[in-house]
Ligand binder design. Sequence first.
Ligand SMILES: O=C(O)COP(=O)(O)O
Ligand SMILES: [Mg+2]
Length: 232
Amino acid sequence: MRHGSGPIRAVIIDLDGTMLDTVPDFHVAINRMRAEFGLGAINQESIAAMVGKGSSNLIRGVLALDFDAALVDQHHEAAMRAYQRHYLEINGDYSALYDGVLNGLDAMRAMGLRMACVTNKPLDFAAPLLAKKGLAPYFEIVYGGECLPQKKPHPMPLLQVCSDFALAPGQVVAIGDSSNDAEAARAAGCFVLVVPYGYNHGRPIHETDSDGIVNTLLEAASTIDSHNRGGR
Ligand SMILES: O=C(O)COP(=O)(O)O
Ligand SMILES: [Mg+2]
């Protein structure tokens, strides 16, 4: 990360593809919804490429595999209701923490960093999921996709966290798995670190403009620590 901008005081961490591998949850809920519409099951890989821009976009994408634009519009509302019902029934049952997440969060907390989670997942999904996986206590703030007028890749949720923490964007690092996170961070003026193991719309993460690729959140913590120590 670039130096000379003063210490990092806060982190904004993405949820799906960064802290939790949630595609198995999406997979179960989406296929149960699709079955209600007489549609066949789809695989996890095709779902992973569509995660990241919120539920509504995801459901449009999975309907568009079979329906033309007019049919997608026609069925979207009912499909969203079915999907939400199925997702809430299984939320967290099939998803798992990535390696280094809890250690990384512990290290960030020990460094005195303030912590927020900004996800495009609806808050009704994100809040119980964070609680179930033991992540909720780490975060002072959680914004879901519908909490503010704009979601990532718009910078608004990141700028809102900076303002909540009374910090300048240059004192804050966003950590995510996709270009969505990186674009939001760049537009907000925050640093951005990306992990290579998430979804990134099916694209390799090295194509994304970031301040560094970190293999785990624990590595992110040590990158921030070394930045704050002046690179030593
Ligand atoms: O639900 C989504 O679209 C993905 O959410 P994320 O912002 O936590 O990656
Ligand atoms: Mg993500």
